[in-house]
Design a protein around this ligand. Structure first.
Ligand code: FE
Length: 340
């Protein structure tokens, strides 16, 4: 063999070797709408336990969904993680998820917090908040109270089209029926202190400032302010009373962070292992605590001073798949009553 041929054959062998090494290196492509401090540890532990490297794409919830749709069959995404049952259901309706059969997921996640295709990994509640100078706590014990004449001119809200409010309406449709749910929405609109604007934190600030007397908010926004290093954030919370709604009826509305495996996932084994990892005790703690949420696995507890301060409550156990199913009807109701 001539020297040049020898070099060529050594080179070819080296290339083949490195290709097979690449093929053997296990990876997981994660599209995530989460980005919290604890996530680094969450992902690093998975890689340490399994040797599977995680490539993360982080973006806003709706952008990620668009991206997966645009990438189509060639999408590198294995797992999609986002917040809100209605968003996950949208992805499911678009046929993006693959069904996952896993004894571990079935065993760890309560049945109302999963569907065959997607799973909740943490929960948050949508609670009522009041400014005690403007609204009596006993007048705002239930979601239904927000529509009563006593609260005229007192209610602040974000847009009805936002997924958090769509999911709340979906739950009310399930519990009250569509007709009463629509009457409720009409009553709340008639009670608005101002047209809907801003996010949950803006509603908290408006209630604290006395611009309105009552609003609803997801619990993690309240927890974030309670735990804030800024004195002015904690001061806001001194003005506010948190009410667990509907404790004598169906319980506080619960929404989720969750995800599933994509139908086009190139690394399905890694994806399944990752979903199963997320329900382990350790991962559940990181996942929930990172955004001041509760683990979806009931046996797991988190040490979170703000959540502990909020106390125990009765959570609505409506299946999250129902929230998703009612979302289009919820949007139609908000449109009809002008909850923009
Ligand atoms: Fe949020």
């Amino acid at each position: 063999m001539k020297i040049s041929a020898l070099i060529a054959s050594i080179f070819a062998a080296a290339v083949a070797h490195s290709l097979s090494a690449q093929a053997q290196e296990k990876v997981l492509n994660l599209y995530s709408a989460r980005h919290y401090q604890t996530d680094e540890a969450l992902y690093a532990n998975f890689t340490r336990q399994t040797g599977i490297k995680i490539n993360r794409i982080e973006a806003k919830e709706d952008e990620l969904l668009e991206r997966i749709r645009n990438e189509g069959a060639k999408s590198p995404a294995d797992i999609f993680i986002t917040v809100d049952a209605a968003r996950l259901a949208k992805a499911d309706d678009l046929g993006l998820f693959a069904p996952v059969q896993s004894k571990i997921l079935e065993h760890r996640i309560p049945i109302h917090l999963r569907s065959p295709d997607w799973f909740a990994f943490s929960t948050r509640a949508r609670v009522i908040i009041v400014n005690r100078d403007l609204v009596k706590v006993e007048d705002a014990q239930n979601y239904e109270d927000l529509a009563k004449a006593k609260l005229k001119g007192k209610v602040c809200s974000r847009s009805g089209s936002h997924p958090y409010n769509l999911s709340l309406m979906s739950a009310l449709i399930a519990h009250l029926g569509e007709t009463r749910a629509e009457e409720w929405a009409r009553g709340v609109v008639a009670n608005f202190a101002r047209p809907p604007k801003g996010g949950d934190t803006d509603q908290i600030k408006s209630v604290a400032a006395g611009e309105c007397g009552v609003a609803v908010s997801n619990t993690y926004y309240l927890a974030r302010l309670l735990r804030s290093e800024k004195a002015e954030d904690r001061k806001l919370m001194e003005k506010i009373t948190i009410i667990w709604p509907n404790q004598k009826s169906f319980g506080a509305h619960i929404n989720i962070s969750g995800g599933g495996m994509l139908k086009t996932a190139p690394n399905k084994d890694s994806a399944q292992r990752f979903l199963e990892y997320l329900v382990s005790d350790e991962a559940q703690r990181y996942f929930a605590d990172g955004n001041n949420e509760w683990p979806s696995v009931p046996a797991v507890t988190v040490k979170n001073s703000a959540l502990d301060a909020m106390g125990k409550f009765k959570a609505d156990e409506l299946p999250i798949a129902t929230l998703a199913k009612n979302a289009p009807a919820a949007q139609r109701i908000y449109d009809r009553v002008g909850w923009k």
